[in-house]
Structure formats: C-alpha cells, structure tokens
Design a protein around this ligand. Sequence first.
Ligand code: IMP
Length: 184
Amino acid sequence: MPTRDFIQLHDLRFVPLISETDIQARVGELGKILTEQYAGKNPLFISILSGAFVFAADLMRAFDSDCEVGFVKLSSYSGTRSSGDVQTVMGLEKNLKDRHIIIVEDIVDTGRTLHFFINHLRAMEPASICTVTFLRKPDAMEFPVEVDHVGFDIDNRFVVGYGLDYDDLGRNLPGLYQLSPESS
Ligand code: IMP
C-alpha cells in the first residue's frame, strides 16, 4: 500500500513517520536475531493485545525455527493518554514453567505495561524472559524496564499504524504515522 501524505482518524490528522518497507526490513532483522538466539529452544512468543498482534504475526514468520504463540490482553490506555492502572483483561492458558518466553509489545511508552507484565511472568518460573518491542519512546519512560530488542526509538509523539490505534482506528495501516503538529 503506498504511503499517504496524511491520514485523518476521527478528529486528528497523522503524517508519515516510518514506511512499510523500512518496518518490514527491521522486523526481518529482529527475526534473524531471535532465530540465532532461540533456534531449537521452542520459544513461546507472548503477544500483548491488541496493539502487538500485527508485529507479532510478522515477527513469528521471520523466526526460522519451531516456536509457539500465546496472547494476553492488558489495558492502560484510553484515547491518546495513559490512564494509570494496568489490568489483565485476558490471560494465558499455557503453563510457562521452564519455557523460554519472548514478550512481544507494540510500544514501550511509560514502560508501565511491560514492567507490570514482566513481574507477573516471573512468578510463573519461566526458563528465560526476553522482551521485544516494535517501538520505544525513550523520553516518555517512567518505569524502569529492560527491553532486549527495539525495532525503532521514536520521539514522544502519539503514533498510529502497524497495529497501533487511535480510539480503535488505524491498526490496519501497514506504515507508521505520527500526530501532525497541526493536530497537537
Ligand atoms: P505504556 O505506557 O508503556 O504502559 O504503554 C501502554 C500501551 O499504550 C502500549 O502498549 C500501547 O498499546 C499504548 N500506546 C502508548 N503510546 C501509544 C501511541 O503513541 N499510539 C498508540 N498507542 C500507544
């Protein structure tokens, strides 16, 4: 799909930030790194819904060995601002003890979600935990959280596309768009 000059979602306008081509190239690199790290270990990719489902689908297909996938739904966002609490809306049914876990996140903003989820997983005694995020906003970080692999570091501006939404719209965009300066 060609990159559009701008995208209008509800009341806000978004402009291109990272193209579909650049995203796919970076996801391919991350898949290769994870394959080198985890081939033969049957890792379990845990995708944090809803935002990470697109990234997780591409990342898994760039992983060249046996692997499994599971999904959790956590929630701390409403509109363009973080609401504060993290809640587990939908949990995992798999036994995680002694498994190699790769947490797949769409974006580390304040770090609250990942911080909460890593602590939650540690209690289940996995063999190892690795964190991979498509995006990170270093300037927004409030919670100390270690991310092993980052697709792209971006400015502290609201973004949509490649799984990320603004009030439910924009997840299907294959490229990434950021809030236009005119809209903020
Ligand atoms: P946290 O602040 O790191 O806990 O981020 C929580 C969640 O907020 C992320 O997993 C995203 O789903 C959502 N989020 C944070 N920043 C953005 C953004 O710029 N666009 C869309 N969703 C975002």
